[in-house]
Each structure stands twice: as structure tokens, then as C-alpha cells.
Write a protein that binds this ligand. Structure first.
Ligand code: ZN
Length: 115
């Protein structure tokens, strides 16, 4: 039974996008939600790289932008490490050598980790 069934508010279901009755609606199907690849199917590769002025960054590669919400992951990792960082293409970079902590964080999140 629908909400308000039997009252003047009982309207047949309409499409939220075009406002037509659902049976008359010709809207194209919604695009599938961004596909997130399960972490256990992905391997994150950790490398420490030296940057200008001898600064170290921990680079996390191997996680695709298509299969992950990389900006959200970066934010979480940065705050967990208390460090700055940036996204360089599909590579997450955290300032400093945080391999141990990142390995733990990524493993806890379910990723396989190399490096
Ligand atoms: Zn529609």
C-alpha cells in the first residue's frame, strides 16, 4: 500500500526526472554509480621517493582513479599521518616517509600492499 492511499494525495508514481507517470517515462536509465573496486582486489604499491631539496614523499600507486575515490582516500591518509599530500594522476603522495603507517592503514582498509 502506498503512503496516503485512498486520499487525494494518492498519486500514481511519477518519474522524479521528467515528472511523467512512470509507465510513460522515457528517460534514459541512470548511469551506473561510480564503480568502486573492492580493496581486496587491488594492490597498492608503496615507494618512498626523494623530491627537491631532499624531501621524501611516500607514493602510493596501483590504485586506479576509476575504481577508487582517490581524493577521499588521500584526505583520510593525510590526516592519519598528520602530513600533507597530493594527488598526482592516479598516484597518492604523502609527504615524508610514512611507509609503515600507510601499510598498516591500507591493509586495515582491505587493500593488498606491496613495498
Ligand atoms: Zn522520466
Amino acid at each position: 500500500m502506498r503512503l496516503f492511499a485512498g486520499t487525494p494525495f494518492d498519486r500514481p508514481p511519477v518519474c522524479e526526472r521528467c515528472g511523467k507517470l512512470e509507465e510513460e517515462c522515457a528517460c534514459p536509465p541512470l548511469p551506473p554509480p561510480k564503480s568502486i573496486v573492492p580493496p581486496e582486489k587491488q594492490t597498492a604499491k608503496l615507494t618512498v621517493e626523494k623530491r627537491k631539496k631532499g624531501k621524501l614523499v611516500t607514493a602510493i600507486s596501483g590504485l586506479s582513479a576509476a575504481g577508487n575515490d582517490l581524493p577521499a582516500l588521500l584526505t583520510r591518509l593525510k590526516s592519519a599521518c598528520g602530513a600533507g599530500g597530493a594527488l598526482d594522476g592516479d598516484t597518492l603522495e604523502i609527504q615524508g616517509d610514512h611507509r609503515e603507517r600507510l601499510r598498516m592503514l591500507l591493509t586495515t582498509a582491505g587493500f593488498k600492499v606491496r613495498g
